[in-house]
Ligand binder design. Structure first.
Ligand SMILES: C[S@@+](CC[C@H](N)C(=O)[O-])C[C@H]1O[C@@H](n2cnc3c(N)ncnc32)[C@H](O)[C@@H]1O
Length: 250
């Protein structure tokens, strides 16, 4: 396999239903168009559960799945029906099957858990890797198409795509994911907190009192996850809790 896209997350952890709430929100964002044969790409589909979840939410869609890890992709090919197209993540193949009405990138644009304790992630995960990967990917999204970006460690507003991607103000209980955000120099600037029962909790504190998996869409606690900004002065219009982005121009 040559010409593979730039490696982002190395870990292939996934499970069925993991991002179902996000796919429901994507459905709402498409409105009536959601029932048409949309072309949807799962970028970083791992072992294929995500492709199946997308098809469940969009029964009429043409679902594509790609991953850079051959062992995960083989399992995805075995698991997914022949009606789906599963292929190695290289630029030519992504372009050949596109352009897409929607692209999902769930827990792909990060290095986790290796960066989890770092105040600066630039050595392990430089901004340039994120930006180059995202720019190349979004090239294959139709104008008017939607990017669903979850658990990205950097922000769209800091990339060359700022101004070309507009935030869709659909709010999620799980925000844009639970992984913290960084500035382009790698400095960590957010902490994920949880609002519940009139209080703001640190994620660890919350987990100790409510022993549920806050990332499990099947738990029914009406909490709200938010990225708490470390300094009010640098927010500069960045919206760390946005997961859905509409492509307005190339
Ligand atoms: C943590 S898994 C996420 C799986 C699934 N999207 C989910 O949310 O459950 C991240 C996946 O992204 C894949 N990945 C990393 N860089 C990639 C790239 N450039 N192209 C395609 N997949 C990539 C990894 O191989 C891994 O399988």
């Amino acid at each position: 396999m040559d010409n593979l896209t730039i490696q982002q997350q190395g870990n292939s952890h996934t499970f069925a239903g993991r991002n179902a709430a996000f796919f429901k929100a994507l459905h709402r964002a498409f409105g009536e168009q959601a029932d048409t044969p949309l072309k949807i790409l799962s970028f970083g589909c791992s072992t294929g559960e995500e492709c199946l979840d997308i098809q469940k939410e969009f029964p009429n869609a043409q679902v594509f799945g790609t991953d850079i890890k051959q062992s995960a992709l083989k399992q995805a090919m075995d698991k997914c029906p022949a009606s789906m197209t599963i292929f190695p993540s290289n630029e030519a193949a992504i372009a050949q099957h596109g352009p897409y009405d929607a692209i999902t990138a769930m827990s792909v644009f990060c290095k986790w858990p290796t960066t989890s304790e770092l105040a600066n992630i630039s050595e392990l995960y430089p901004f340039s890797t994120f930006e180059a990967g995202l720019v190349n990917l979004v090239r294959n999204l139709k104008i008017g198409g939607i990017l669903l970006l979850q658990n990205a460690q950097y922000m769209v507003e800091d990339t060359r795509l700022a101004g070309h991607l507009h935030p869709i103000n659909e709010t999620f209980r799980e925000s844009s994911g639970w992984i913290f955000k960084c500035l382009p120099d790698g400095t960590r600037v957010t902490t994920t907190s949880i609002e519940y029962d009139g209080k703001v909790w640190e994620a660890k504190e919350f987990a100790a009192v409510y022993p549920i998996d806050a990332n499990d869409p099947n738990n029914s606690l009406p909490f709200r996850m938010l990225h708490r900004w470390h300094s009010d002065t640098v927010l500069n219009g960045r919206q760390p809790d946005i997961a859905l982005w509409r492509k307005m121009s190339d």
